[in-house]
Design a protein around this ligand. Sequence first.
Ligand code: ZN
Length: 221
Amino acid sequence: MSQNPESTEEDFSSPEWIREEVTRLVHMHESGTIPSIVQLGHPVLRMSAQAFTDQLDAELLRAFLDTMKTVMRDAPGVGLAAPQLGIPLRIAVLEDLYPTSEDVSTVRERLPLEYFEVLNPRYTASSERTSAFYEGCLSFNGYQAVVNRPADINTTYLDANGEAHERAFSGWQARIFQHETDHLDGTVYIDKALTRSLCASHEYVRWANADIAEARIGLNF
Ligand code: ZN
């Protein structure tokens, strides 16, 4: 048995710490290094993030959003929330322009989602319809599990200029928006998943169909 590492203490909530840490990440990005995505066990992933007000000035916010976009695309992922870089602010970036088969597009209602940025996002279900599919998280590397989510949502958020938006999403786009917004409340998808569906990625290939019918039978969930 190994000795537990010594604990480290940081005040993740102080405005000074947030500004310094964001500045460090932005400098890393600007000097050509892509910051790492923090993994489960990092306390910021389990905190309720602060509403974005004026913690970062406009220039630093812009640079941070650009850093987040690079990290998301490099991963590659379809969304990234600030807590995944260890920053407890209610900010996320989303984009889903990956090619998918016609089968997946239809069954999962996966339509292309142009890049956009959300500050202080919220969502509410706008119908009784739900959908259950496998999803994964860049902060829980190597695993995927089924999450049953509202299939139709109404959302509100601010953009980087502080302008308010209201948008409705369905299907996979709604799933991405919910997944990223949940991160800002310290919720990771595994909290909502059907835990018996959990798959290591190299086992998931058995069940990598457009729907989850075979996985449901094979894994008894
Ligand atoms: Zn995630």
